[in-house]
Design a protein. Sequence first.
Length: 463
Amino acid sequence: MTRPTNPSQSEGDVNDTPRRLQWQQDHLDDATRALLARDSAAFLHQSVSTPCLSAIRRAEGLWIEDTAGRRYMDFHGNNVHHLGHAHPEVVAAIKAQLDELCFAPRRFACERAVELAEALSAQFERLTGSAGRVLFTTGGSDAVEVAIKLARAATGRFKTLSFWDSFHGAGFGAASVGGEALFRSGAVGPLLPGTEHVAPFGCYRCPYGHAVDDQGRPDLERCRLACAAMVRYVLEREGDVAAVIAEPARAVPFVPPAGYWKAVREACHAHGTLLIFDEIPTGLGKTGRFFAAEHDDVAPDIVVLGKALGGGVLPIAACVARADLNVAGAFAFGHYTHEKNPVSSAAALATLRVIERDGLVEHAARLGAHALERMHDLRDRHAIVGDVRGRGLLLGIELVRDRVARERASDAAEAVLYGALSRGLSFKTTMGNVLTLTPPLVTTFAEMDRALDIIDECLTATH
Ligand SMILES: Cc1ncc(COP(=O)(O)O)c(C=O)c1O
């Protein structure tokens, strides 16, 4: 089966490229090779998962350790490791909860799940000014689908509008609103009807053809937020869209131009469309605010959280909606076996507690600002760096063959990726050529500096 060829958020670190094979040749020991062979034989193969690159035996804090004993700073972590891996308070909370109550069968309320729903509702109210209500699911994709179903039920409409190039999960509904060819492949047949897409914001590579200055900043006077105007245009033409669903800051990363979300919010109001923010990777402080939406001072109607919510240990996600959207009580649209699981709720409560007590949101903002400053310096010194951008600890270094044509330097990005891995730093590339750095919120300034030194060395090696 042919693979989709357009660049993808998830692309860059999985293909059996000569460089990857060489890296494995140089770094894997016999025991690791044997485990990879068993893994490859046991699992259904799928792009960006199996076959694996290497094997892991320990994960603690910022660090992961492979089966050959090599240690890597984990600047990827699938965005689950806000607290670092295996945070002792999360682990202790889980152990304590296991002794107290392991499971809540349907129809039984449970203290921990209620406590967590109340905590997330309070955060939602702080963000939006409206009281919230919650449904928990086991994974982010399911929570996205709950949000879509709720929007359909509340509006009596079925269409959605989302971004090309986005990822919202692997389920049919989530893949339908997602915009990556890799997850929308013809192999699985038709997706949900009515899932319309629009080109996203992404100033350095503005899909509407507008230029940025030499620091990657858009000229808003000139472009007049064409990307937001297109959302309004589609909502008007379609006339019956239930919800716009998007990540407030795109995972590539791309941060929205000033005023983008306010314009989209107004367009949603004007056309009776709900605004759903997928904050699965960006929520809980990753961008230096508890919700990424806070940067744009915009109130969504529904927020979806996941990933780090389970402390990087247990799977749990949440759909948090305006309380007045509680209109589908006669239907069952989020009946998940673990919908009120006390153990994953305890992990989430411990996570929220640590984030607040240790001031991790503020730390992420400070550390991210420092990193961005250093990334600008990398851009000044390496012609191959076309753009640097990010918010908090969602950071990107975009490599280009030349700064005028901006052709993607995907080969160089791959060389940096494997060069960094050999030096003890793990991250992923996005769209083939963007070094995407998503370290945990517990990363120290010294660790951030070490990681950026490694990238600096690897960039020098590409000259
Ligand atoms: C923005 C976004 N939405 C949804 C998901 C799906 O989450 P899960 O893998 O828990 O289903 C992801 C996962 O990477 C994501 O990044």
